[in-house]
Write a protein that binds this ligand. Structure first.
Ligand code: LLP
Length: 382
């Protein structure tokens, strides 16, 4: 039986709910900040991974910045203690209203994703009588070798300005009197576990920096995005931030006065979260035994959407081990958390923990089937 969950306390709570271990979160953010700090790197937490206000307050207390993809995320980040000067704003489809609000809020920069967007930002900034700080998000054509839904920098990806169109972007920049070009931005994908991918990214960024230098564009910020993967099979492990940041320090050409920025999401928050649920029914199928739990794909969509693996534990039984298909109650055949999962003998009422769900769990939850949104609880105030 896993010992790190207060199972007796959990039995008194309604399920399902998200449970966050704040010690794990703090230790992870401390490790990442310390390792980045050794090289003078700047961090912006990718709010989309988990926008729970308590999580945001803990992360902002370490003084790092935020990476947002909507005005609502920016507003939430500001409310939870992130300073505007450390907020970046990406997204392939920012509305005029979002751009205007971001400019008025005085954020660090807007990561601009198309040539047309440069013109739109320029005209909004002109109307407001201010200069807009922007970075160009460039598609460097580096395959992240991860799930296709979270690969963002291959040919014909909707994200960023294709590398082949840099000249066009620079031409527009030169005519945009209300724009202050601060740097370049990349994000090639998520749950990247092969460090070789980041080596390819560094090589490509160096080429792009040189190309921009030749075009007379000075870069202060080089933002390499997020993407560092975690070990879903071992929820106790903290990602290897040391190796990750050292790789960039070694391979990225950084000129005096340039800053390197990162946007980690998953790597900071995934391991601190678990989805806690109760077993509703055990039923025998034709070839397998089902454990039907009270959490569904509306609470955690990753297994259904990306065929993602999450470790599943029964934290209240120590019986003989057997195999179960662990499924939710939602009316979709994709509502399956794991097939042939080995668990101690499981019965109605047992408590199940689905691990490593701190990233893209709660933030992607929906009310499909009109189910309630799961609440969240924190280890330091149960
Ligand atoms: N920066 C930008 C511009 C991004 O689009 C993302 C994630 C990040 C940073 C953070 O990436 P991370 O460090 O978390 O890999 N829902 C999917 C992941 C989608 C990632 C979207 N962009 C999942 O559950 O696997």
């Amino acid at each position: 039986m896993a010992t790190d969950f207060p199972a007796d306390k959990f039995k008194q709570y309604g399920t399902p709910f998200y449970y966050y271990d704040t010690d794990v979160l703090r230790k992870t953010v401390e490790t990442a900040s310390a390792e980045a700090g050794k090289h003078g790197f700047h961090l912006h937490y990718a709010v989309k991974a988990n926008a729970n206000p308590e999580i945001l307050r803990i992360i902002s207390s370490y003084g790092i910045g935020a990476d947002c993809v909507s005005w609502n995320e920016i507003q939430r980040a500001l409310d939870c203690g992130f300073s505007p000067g450390k907020i970046v704003f990406a997204g392939a489809g920012k509305s005029d209203y979002e751009i205007e609000n971001a400019l008025k809020a005085g954020i660090l920069c807007i990561n601009c994703e198309s040539v047309q967007e440069i013109g739109v930002i320029d005209s909004i900034a002109g109307r407001l009588g201010i200069k807009a700080d922007i970075a160009l998000r460039i598609n460097p054509y580096v395959d992240a070798h991860t799930h296709k839904h979270i690969t963002t920098a291959i040919e014909d990806s909707k994200f960023g300005i294709p590398m082949n169109h840099i000249n066009d972007a620079v031409a527009v920049l030169k005519e945009s009197g209300n724009i202050n070009m601060t740097g370049i931005h990349f994000h090639i994908g998520s749950q990247i576990t092969r460090l070789q991918v980041f080596k390819s990214l560094c090589a490509r960024i160096n080429e792009i920096s040189d190309q921009l230098a030749r075009l007379g564009v000075a870069l202060r910020i080089i933002n390499v995005g997020g993407g560092l993967g975690i070990d879903y099979h071992n929820p106790e492990t903290i990602p290897s931030f040391k190796e990750y940041f050292e790789l960039f320090k070694e391979l990225l050409k950084i000129y005096p006065g340039q800053e390197v920025h990162f946007e980690p999401g998953r790597s900071l928050v995934a391991q601190c979260g678990s989805l806690i649920s109760r077993v509703l029914y055990i039923k025998n199928g034709d070839t397998s035994t089902f454990a039907v739990i009270d959490a569904g794909m509306n609470d955690l969509i990753r297994p259904a959407l990306y065929q993602a693996y999450h470790k599943i534990e029964n934290i209240t039984s120590a019986g003989v081990r057997a195999f179960y298909n662990v499924v939710g109650p939602v009316c979709e055949s994709a509502d399956i958390f794991g097939k042939q999962v080995e668990l101690p003998e499981t019965a109605r009422g047992d408590i199940i923990a689905i691990r490593s769900v701190g990233a893209y769990g709660e933030s992607m939850a929906s009310r499909y089937n009109l189910r309630d949104l799961a609440p969240s609880y924190f280890s330091d105030r149960l």
